[in-house]
Design a protein around this ligand. Structure first.
Ligand code: G6P
Ligand code: MG
Length: 218
């Protein structure tokens, strides 16, 4: 039986993945190289600092730590400008009704995001009240695929890992769920999320009944 749903934020509940992509692409442009949507898959679910390292590797560039901190801040300032304008219209299809359904039937709801901007996004979109626990980049020390963020989420809602299901759009996040000993549902394409137990295009294809049926064995 599934007793807790742990949600990634960017690309699962809200359409912020596009803003991360645009902000990184702008930085790459300024540094003189092209950053594609395919490259961007490697950054999904990955912390800001680790994302910058991957981006610089793609561009074949090296900087010292001080300069990297400045570049990460530049990207974040731009990203923050985008998310400042967000409202509930950017909640992804099916997300709100599924969150409501979980709460109605008593399934615990937790956030497991690498983002340090998670609270701004949850507040701007009105999603904050739907969570029993919020674990984000300000609470974690190890980035996905490390399971820390989801283990902390499960602990916060007092549900053992085997009764938790993680919803993720990033490969690193699915790996984190697997390492945490949790079930997983990939949101996106089966090619990029091959390690997930199931993959759906969006949360619009998910309901509590469907979930309990998919994970009847747990
Ligand atoms: C999420 C996104 C990543 C992002 C990370 C850190 O996991 O999928 O693309 O880099 O959060 O976000 P932040 O808002 O702290 O830069
Ligand atoms: Mg994500």
């Amino acid at each position: 039986v599934i007793k807790a749903c742990l949600f990634d934020l960017d690309g699962v509940l809200v359409d912020t993945a596009k803003y991360h992509f645009i902000a990184w692409r702008e930085l790459a442009e300024e540094l003189g190289f092209v950053f594609t949507e395919q490259d961007n898959e490697r950054l999904k679910g990955v912390s800001r600092a680790a994302s910058l390292n991957i981006l610089l590797e793609i561009g074949g560039l090296e900087f010292d730590e001080a300069e990297k901190a400045r570049l990460a801040e530049q990207k974040n300032n731009r990203y923050v400008e985008y998310i400042a304008k967000m409202d509930s219209s950017e909640i992804l299809p099916g997300a709100l009704s599924f969150l409501k359904e979980c709460r109605e039937v008593g399934i615990k709801v937790a956030l497991g995001s690498a983002s340090k901007n998670a609270m701004t996004i949850l507040n701007n979109t009105g999603l904050t009240p739907y969570f029993d626990a919020i674990i984000d980049g300000t609470h974690t020390s190890a980035a996905k695929p490390d399971p820390e963020v989801f283990l902390l989420g499960a602990q916060a809602v007092s549900v053992p890992a085997e009764h938790c299901v993680v919803f993720e759009d990033a490969e690193a996040g699915i790996l984190a769920a697997n390492r945490a000993g949790m079930s997983s549902v990939g949101i996106g394409s089966p090619e990029t999320l091959a390690e997930a137990n199931f993959v759906v295009p969006s949360l619009a294809q998910i309901s509590v009944a469907k979930l309990q049926e998919l994970f009847a064995a747990v």
